[in-house]
Design a protein around this ligand. Sequence first.
Ligand code: FES
Length: 263
Amino acid sequence: MQLSQPDQQSLKVRIWRGAGDEGRYETFDVPVLENQTILDVVSYIQQYMDASLTYRFACRVGMCGSCAMMVNGVPRWTCRTHVKKITDKAGSLTIAPLRNLPVIKDLVVDMDVFFDKWVRAEAVHHPTRSIEQGVQPVNEETAERQAANAAIECINCAVCYAACDVVASNPEYLGPAALNRAWSLVNDVRDGGREAILEAVSGKGGCHNCHSQQSCQKYCPNELNPTASIAGLKRETAKFALQNFLTPTKKDKAEKNMKRERV
Ligand code: FES
């Protein structure tokens, strides 16, 4: 990056510094540059002002999802967010770690909580074929495939998770990203985990906790709509529960028989 000129305009940047729950904002004057992104600002501070500033990024092109932070109070992918578009009237920026996740240091949060919830939601691939059998062909025209495709471009940046007020008030809630991936898999003919997923997202902290507030959709940098995916899960879990009620499984039947025998 080009270094500042003496008469260059500068930007007041407040950055969260600290570890765990302890911390404070520190202010830096950063030169304003053409086409500067929020990630450029953070990198400038780390390279030229305070080498101990800790933050996370990898691709710089909106693919890896690692650079998300709170910027002037809202979650954003910082490598694709231009400073000019979001500085407030005073020309200042406040940058903080993502909301709803534990802070490790400065702008770096612990993503374990976020990804553990993907596993809890069974939002992981459940293979149905061996390597020898090859990949199952997919018909792109079906409604199911289109529903899967609409939810598939998630880059795991946790912007939706940070934006969600239900996550903020209920730490058990699986959150929009895990549920969005679960919906994508429920609609994927190559995934064999439909029942396991529907059971997992019906339970405590599952899809029925969503209030359809739509912050996830508002802030998703890839313009996905996790609220719509969660609505799909609500419908499918309701149908699944009704189906199970009307058509008892082998396990239910065995339990009933055992009870009868005991009587
Ligand atoms: Fe990869 Fe921003 S650095 S998405």
